[in-house]
Design a protein around this ligand. Structure first.
Ligand code: L14
Length: 349
Protein backbone atom coordinates (compact mmCIF):
# COMPACT_ATOMS: atom_id res chain seq x y z
CA UNK A 1 0.00 0.00 0.00
CA UNK A 2 2.19 2.80 -1.24
CA UNK A 3 1.11 5.81 -3.24
CA UNK A 4 3.82 8.20 -4.45
CA UNK A 5 1.85 11.37 -3.71
CA UNK A 6 0.32 10.02 -0.52
CA UNK A 7 1.08 10.78 3.12
CA UNK A 8 3.36 9.17 5.66
CA UNK A 9 0.96 7.66 8.17
CA UNK A 10 1.70 6.21 11.62
CA UNK A 11 -0.69 4.04 13.62
CA UNK A 12 0.16 4.08 17.34
CA UNK A 13 -1.30 1.07 19.14
CA UNK A 14 -1.25 -0.98 15.95
CA UNK A 15 -1.68 -4.34 17.70
CA UNK A 16 -4.74 -3.30 19.73
CA UNK A 17 -8.42 -3.92 18.97
CA UNK A 18 -8.86 -0.39 17.57
CA UNK A 19 -5.40 -0.22 15.96
CA UNK A 20 -6.16 -3.34 13.93
CA UNK A 21 -9.38 -1.75 12.70
CA UNK A 22 -7.54 1.47 11.88
CA UNK A 23 -5.20 -0.45 9.59
CA UNK A 24 -8.11 -2.29 7.95
CA UNK A 25 -10.04 0.94 7.55
CA UNK A 26 -7.08 2.72 5.91
CA UNK A 27 -6.88 -0.15 3.42
CA UNK A 28 -10.65 -0.31 2.85
CA UNK A 29 -10.87 3.45 2.28
CA UNK A 30 -7.87 3.33 -0.09
CA UNK A 31 -6.37 6.08 2.06
CA UNK A 32 -3.55 7.93 0.23
CA UNK A 33 -0.54 6.43 2.04
CA UNK A 34 3.05 6.84 0.93
CA UNK A 35 4.60 4.99 3.87
CA UNK A 36 2.83 3.22 6.70
CA UNK A 37 4.51 2.99 10.10
CA UNK A 38 3.09 0.65 12.75
CA UNK A 39 3.96 1.57 16.33
CA UNK A 40 3.19 0.10 19.73
CA UNK A 41 4.39 -0.18 23.29
CA UNK A 42 7.68 -2.00 23.90
CA UNK A 43 5.63 -5.05 24.91
CA UNK A 44 4.13 -5.54 21.43
CA UNK A 45 7.09 -4.28 19.41
CA UNK A 46 8.52 -6.87 17.02
CA UNK A 47 5.14 -8.36 16.14
CA UNK A 48 4.51 -8.82 12.42
CA UNK A 49 1.34 -7.53 10.81
CA UNK A 50 0.30 -8.30 7.26
CA UNK A 51 -1.21 -5.33 5.43
CA UNK A 52 -2.50 -5.96 1.90
CA UNK A 53 -0.01 -8.82 1.43
CA UNK A 54 2.95 -6.84 2.73
CA UNK A 55 4.56 -7.70 6.05
CA UNK A 56 5.20 -4.90 8.56
CA UNK A 57 7.17 -5.18 11.79
CA UNK A 58 5.66 -3.23 14.64
CA UNK A 59 8.13 -0.81 16.21
CA UNK A 60 8.27 0.68 19.67
CA UNK A 61 6.77 4.18 19.68
CA UNK A 62 9.33 6.81 20.69
CA UNK A 63 9.49 10.57 20.12
CA UNK A 64 11.88 10.08 17.17
CA UNK A 65 9.47 7.63 15.53
CA UNK A 66 7.45 10.60 14.26
CA UNK A 67 10.27 12.14 12.23
CA UNK A 68 8.80 12.61 8.72
CA UNK A 69 5.28 11.48 9.69
CA UNK A 70 2.41 13.55 8.23
CA UNK A 71 -0.57 11.93 9.98
CA UNK A 72 -0.47 9.93 13.23
CA UNK A 73 -3.48 7.96 14.45
CA UNK A 74 -3.20 7.25 18.19
CA UNK A 75 -5.07 4.51 20.05
CA UNK A 76 -2.66 3.14 22.64
CA UNK A 77 -4.18 4.55 25.82
CA UNK A 78 -4.30 7.99 27.36
CA UNK A 79 -0.84 8.00 28.92
CA UNK A 80 0.86 7.14 25.61
CA UNK A 81 -1.08 9.96 23.91
CA UNK A 82 -0.22 12.46 26.63
CA UNK A 83 3.46 11.65 26.27
CA UNK A 84 3.87 11.11 22.53
CA UNK A 85 1.16 13.12 20.73
CA UNK A 86 2.93 16.43 21.52
CA UNK A 87 6.21 14.86 20.33
CA UNK A 88 4.56 13.92 17.04
CA UNK A 89 3.15 17.44 16.64
CA UNK A 90 6.58 18.94 17.41
CA UNK A 91 7.93 16.96 14.47
CA UNK A 92 5.28 18.26 12.07
CA UNK A 93 2.67 15.52 12.23
CA UNK A 94 -1.04 16.10 12.67
CA UNK A 95 -2.45 13.77 15.33
CA UNK A 96 -5.88 12.16 15.49
CA UNK A 97 -6.11 10.88 19.04
CA UNK A 98 -8.63 8.20 20.01
CA UNK A 99 -8.12 8.45 23.79
CA UNK A 100 -9.73 10.69 26.38
CA UNK A 101 -6.40 12.52 26.96
CA UNK A 102 -7.21 15.74 25.03
CA UNK A 103 -10.95 15.53 24.41
CA UNK A 104 -12.01 18.20 26.86
CA UNK A 105 -8.93 20.37 26.25
CA UNK A 106 -10.12 23.80 25.07
CA UNK A 107 -7.47 24.02 22.36
CA UNK A 108 -8.28 20.60 20.92
CA UNK A 109 -11.23 20.13 18.55
CA UNK A 110 -13.40 17.10 19.33
CA UNK A 111 -14.80 16.04 16.00
CA UNK A 112 -17.48 13.88 14.43
CA UNK A 113 -17.39 14.92 10.75
CA UNK A 114 -21.17 14.61 10.28
CA UNK A 115 -21.67 17.08 13.16
CA UNK A 116 -18.80 19.57 13.46
CA UNK A 117 -16.28 19.06 10.66
CA UNK A 118 -15.61 22.83 10.55
CA UNK A 119 -14.09 22.69 14.06
CA UNK A 120 -11.06 21.01 12.43
CA UNK A 121 -9.94 24.47 11.29
CA UNK A 122 -9.21 25.38 14.94
CA UNK A 123 -6.74 22.56 15.51
CA UNK A 124 -3.33 23.03 17.14
CA UNK A 125 -1.84 19.79 15.87
CA UNK A 126 -4.10 17.39 17.76
CA UNK A 127 -7.69 16.45 16.93
CA UNK A 128 -9.50 14.33 19.51
CA UNK A 129 -11.68 11.43 18.43
CA UNK A 130 -14.66 11.25 20.80
CA UNK A 131 -15.78 8.37 22.97
CA UNK A 132 -17.44 5.56 21.00
CA UNK A 133 -20.85 5.78 22.68
CA UNK A 134 -20.93 9.55 22.23
CA UNK A 135 -20.09 9.42 18.53
CA UNK A 136 -22.96 7.19 17.48
CA UNK A 137 -25.44 9.17 19.57
CA UNK A 138 -24.53 12.61 18.19
CA UNK A 139 -24.62 11.34 14.59
CA UNK A 140 -28.29 10.43 15.19
CA UNK A 141 -29.13 13.57 17.20
CA UNK A 142 -27.53 16.19 14.95
CA UNK A 143 -30.12 16.15 12.11
CA UNK A 144 -32.91 16.30 14.73
CA UNK A 145 -31.24 19.22 16.47
CA UNK A 146 -30.80 21.09 13.17
CA UNK A 147 -34.45 20.79 12.16
CA UNK A 148 -36.38 20.74 15.45
CA UNK A 149 -33.99 21.98 18.17
CA UNK A 150 -32.87 19.89 21.13
CA UNK A 151 -33.96 20.48 24.74
CA UNK A 152 -32.79 17.41 26.63
CA UNK A 153 -31.10 14.01 26.19
CA UNK A 154 -31.19 10.96 28.48
CA UNK A 155 -29.32 7.86 27.29
CA UNK A 156 -28.82 4.32 28.56
CA UNK A 157 -26.16 2.26 26.81
CA UNK A 158 -25.70 -1.46 26.23
CA UNK A 159 -22.00 -1.65 25.39
CA UNK A 160 -19.84 -4.37 23.89
CA UNK A 161 -16.73 -5.65 25.66
CA UNK A 162 -14.40 -4.73 22.75
CA UNK A 163 -14.45 -1.13 24.00
CA UNK A 164 -12.21 -2.39 26.78
CA UNK A 165 -9.79 -3.91 24.27
CA UNK A 166 -8.78 -7.24 22.79
CA UNK A 167 -8.15 -8.77 26.23
CA UNK A 168 -11.76 -8.08 27.24
CA UNK A 169 -13.03 -9.92 24.14
CA UNK A 170 -10.90 -12.93 25.12
CA UNK A 171 -12.21 -12.74 28.66
CA UNK A 172 -15.84 -12.87 27.45
CA UNK A 173 -15.11 -15.82 25.13
CA UNK A 174 -13.01 -17.85 27.58
CA UNK A 175 -15.36 -17.21 30.48
CA UNK A 176 -18.42 -18.22 28.44
CA UNK A 177 -16.73 -21.48 27.45
CA UNK A 178 -15.64 -22.13 31.03
CA UNK A 179 -19.14 -21.62 32.38
CA UNK A 180 -20.67 -23.87 29.71
CA UNK A 181 -18.09 -26.54 30.59
CA UNK A 182 -18.68 -26.19 34.33
CA UNK A 183 -15.11 -25.07 34.79
CA UNK A 184 -13.93 -22.34 37.14
CA UNK A 185 -12.71 -18.99 35.88
CA UNK A 186 -11.43 -15.83 37.46
CA UNK A 187 -12.48 -12.46 35.97
CA UNK A 188 -9.37 -10.29 35.55
CA UNK A 189 -10.28 -7.48 33.15
CA UNK A 190 -13.90 -6.32 33.34
CA UNK A 191 -15.46 -4.04 34.30
CA UNK A 192 -12.25 -1.98 34.42
CA UNK A 193 -8.80 -3.56 34.35
CA UNK A 194 -7.21 -1.08 36.74
CA UNK A 195 -10.08 -1.04 39.25
CA UNK A 196 -10.16 -3.14 42.45
CA UNK A 197 -12.87 -5.69 41.69
CA UNK A 198 -13.49 -7.80 38.61
CA UNK A 199 -16.84 -9.36 37.81
CA UNK A 200 -18.27 -12.02 35.53
CA UNK A 201 -19.42 -10.57 32.20
CA UNK A 202 -20.72 -13.77 30.55
CA UNK A 203 -24.49 -14.12 31.07
CA UNK A 204 -24.43 -10.85 33.02
CA UNK A 205 -24.84 -7.06 32.74
CA UNK A 206 -22.43 -4.71 34.54
CA UNK A 207 -23.48 -1.11 35.26
CA UNK A 208 -19.92 0.19 35.29
CA UNK A 209 -17.82 1.33 32.34
CA UNK A 210 -14.60 3.10 33.26
CA UNK A 211 -13.99 4.29 36.82
CA UNK A 212 -16.43 5.97 39.20
CA UNK A 213 -16.18 9.72 39.73
CA UNK A 214 -16.95 11.57 42.96
CA UNK A 215 -20.45 12.49 41.74
CA UNK A 216 -21.58 8.84 41.47
CA UNK A 217 -21.36 8.74 37.67
CA UNK A 218 -18.74 6.64 35.89
CA UNK A 219 -16.14 8.34 33.72
CA UNK A 220 -17.78 6.79 30.62
CA UNK A 221 -21.07 8.44 31.61
CA UNK A 222 -19.36 11.78 32.18
CA UNK A 223 -17.60 11.45 28.81
CA UNK A 224 -20.99 11.04 27.12
CA UNK A 225 -22.37 14.05 29.00
CA UNK A 226 -19.45 16.44 28.47
CA UNK A 227 -18.41 15.36 24.99
CA UNK A 228 -21.97 15.62 23.62
CA UNK A 229 -22.16 19.26 24.73
CA UNK A 230 -18.75 20.04 23.22
CA UNK A 231 -19.24 18.29 19.87
CA UNK A 232 -22.73 19.75 19.34
CA UNK A 233 -21.58 23.14 20.66
CA UNK A 234 -24.54 23.18 23.07
CA UNK A 235 -22.90 23.88 26.43
CA UNK A 236 -26.28 24.25 28.19
CA UNK A 237 -27.93 21.10 26.80
CA UNK A 238 -29.13 18.88 29.67
CA UNK A 239 -27.63 15.41 29.09
CA UNK A 240 -27.62 12.38 31.36
CA UNK A 241 -26.25 8.88 30.80
CA UNK A 242 -26.19 5.39 32.31
CA UNK A 243 -23.59 3.10 30.73
CA UNK A 244 -23.89 -0.68 31.00
CA UNK A 245 -21.63 -3.48 29.73
CA UNK A 246 -23.24 -6.50 28.08
CA UNK A 247 -21.78 -9.86 26.98
CA UNK A 248 -21.64 -8.69 23.35
CA UNK A 249 -18.27 -8.73 21.53
CA UNK A 250 -18.74 -5.86 19.07
CA UNK A 251 -21.46 -3.21 18.64
CA UNK A 252 -22.81 -0.71 21.14
CA UNK A 253 -26.56 -0.18 21.52
CA UNK A 254 -28.25 2.84 23.08
CA UNK A 255 -31.74 3.72 24.20
CA UNK A 256 -31.90 7.49 23.67
CA UNK A 257 -34.67 9.71 25.05
CA UNK A 258 -34.68 13.25 23.69
CA UNK A 259 -36.92 16.28 23.88
CA UNK A 260 -37.12 18.76 21.04
CA UNK A 261 -38.01 22.47 20.96
CA UNK A 262 -40.60 22.27 18.19
CA UNK A 263 -44.26 21.39 18.85
CA UNK A 264 -46.44 19.08 16.76
CA UNK A 265 -43.61 16.88 15.42
CA UNK A 266 -44.48 13.21 14.80
CA UNK A 267 -42.35 10.07 14.95
CA UNK A 268 -42.74 9.89 11.17
CA UNK A 269 -41.21 13.38 10.85
CA UNK A 270 -38.15 12.15 12.80
CA UNK A 271 -37.96 8.99 10.68
CA UNK A 272 -38.11 11.00 7.44
CA UNK A 273 -35.27 13.16 8.71
CA UNK A 274 -33.03 10.24 9.68
CA UNK A 275 -33.80 8.43 6.43
CA UNK A 276 -31.62 10.97 4.58
CA UNK A 277 -29.15 11.86 7.34
CA UNK A 278 -25.41 11.49 6.63
CA UNK A 279 -23.84 8.41 8.22
CA UNK A 280 -27.24 7.09 9.36
CA UNK A 281 -29.12 3.99 8.19
CA UNK A 282 -32.75 3.93 9.27
CA UNK A 283 -33.96 0.43 10.20
CA UNK A 284 -37.41 1.07 11.58
CA UNK A 285 -40.28 -1.19 10.58
CA UNK A 286 -41.91 -2.71 13.67
CA UNK A 287 -44.58 -4.46 11.62
CA UNK A 288 -41.84 -6.55 10.03
CA UNK A 289 -39.68 -6.65 13.17
CA UNK A 290 -37.00 -4.49 11.59
CA UNK A 291 -34.75 -2.68 14.08
CA UNK A 292 -30.99 -2.34 14.55
CA UNK A 293 -28.99 -5.02 16.38
CA UNK A 294 -25.26 -5.22 17.09
CA UNK A 295 -24.85 -8.56 15.29
CA UNK A 296 -25.95 -6.89 12.05
CA UNK A 297 -23.82 -3.77 12.37
CA UNK A 298 -20.41 -5.42 12.83
CA UNK A 299 -17.98 -4.39 10.10
CA UNK A 300 -20.11 -1.45 8.92
CA UNK A 301 -19.26 2.24 9.15
CA UNK A 302 -22.83 3.50 9.60
CA UNK A 303 -24.92 4.36 12.61
CA UNK A 304 -28.17 2.35 12.61
CA UNK A 305 -31.34 3.87 14.08
CA UNK A 306 -34.76 2.38 14.76
CA UNK A 307 -37.58 2.02 17.31
CA UNK A 308 -38.36 5.73 16.85
CA UNK A 309 -41.50 6.58 18.79
CA UNK A 310 -43.15 9.40 20.63
CA UNK A 311 -43.14 9.48 24.42
CA UNK A 312 -46.54 8.60 25.87
CA UNK A 313 -46.76 11.66 28.14
CA UNK A 314 -44.33 14.30 26.87
CA UNK A 315 -45.49 15.79 23.55
CA UNK A 316 -41.97 16.92 22.65
CA UNK A 317 -40.30 13.73 23.88
CA UNK A 318 -39.13 10.82 21.69
CA UNK A 319 -37.30 7.53 22.10
CA UNK A 320 -34.95 5.84 19.65
CA UNK A 321 -32.57 2.89 19.52
CA UNK A 322 -29.10 3.60 18.13
CA UNK A 323 -26.57 0.85 17.23
CA UNK A 324 -23.10 1.01 15.69
CA UNK A 325 -19.83 -0.91 15.44
CA UNK A 326 -17.94 0.65 18.36
CA UNK A 327 -14.56 -0.18 16.81
CA UNK A 328 -15.46 1.49 13.49
CA UNK A 329 -17.67 4.61 13.70
CA UNK A 330 -16.93 4.60 17.43
CA UNK A 331 -13.18 4.59 16.89
CA UNK A 332 -11.20 3.57 13.78
CA UNK A 333 -13.56 4.81 11.07
CA UNK A 334 -14.27 8.14 12.76
CA UNK A 335 -10.49 8.67 13.15
CA UNK A 336 -9.77 7.85 9.50
CA UNK A 337 -12.77 9.94 8.47
CA UNK A 338 -11.27 12.89 10.41
CA UNK A 339 -7.97 12.32 8.56
CA UNK A 340 -9.86 12.32 5.23
CA UNK A 341 -11.58 15.58 6.20
CA UNK A 342 -8.22 17.14 7.16
CA UNK A 343 -6.84 16.29 3.71
CA UNK A 344 -10.00 17.55 1.98
CA UNK A 345 -9.82 20.86 3.89
CA UNK A 346 -6.11 21.27 3.09
CA UNK A 347 -5.12 21.07 6.75
CA UNK A 348 -2.36 18.45 6.38
CA UNK A 349 1.02 20.02 5.65
O1 L14 B 1 -13.01 6.70 26.25
O2 L14 B 1 -14.19 0.27 28.25
O3 L14 B 1 -12.39 6.09 24.31
O4 L14 B 1 -15.60 0.31 26.63
C1 L14 B 1 -14.27 3.96 25.31
C2 L14 B 1 -14.53 2.52 25.60
C3 L14 B 1 -12.69 4.08 27.24
C4 L14 B 1 -13.01 2.62 27.55
C5 L14 B 1 -12.76 5.81 25.46
C6 L14 B 1 -14.74 0.84 27.33
C7 L14 B 1 -12.91 4.36 25.80
C8 L14 B 1 -14.39 2.27 27.07
Amino acid sequence: MSQQNGFNVAVVGATGAVGQQMIETLVKQNFPIKNLLLLSSARSAGKKINVSGQEYTVQEAKPESFEGIDIALFSAGGSVSKELAPEAVKRGAIVVDNTSAFRMDQNTPLVVPEVNEADLHNHNGIIANPNCSTIQMVVALQPIREKFGLKKVIVSTYQAVSGAGAAAISELMDQTKAILNNESYEPKILPVKSDNNHYQIAFNAIPQIDKFQDNGYTFEEMKMINETKKIMNLSDLPVSATCVRLPVAVGHSESVYFEIEAEGVTANDIKALLQDAPGVVLQDDPENQIYPMPANCVGKNDVFVGRIRKDIDESRGFHMWVVSDNLLKGAAWNSVQIAESLIKLGLVK
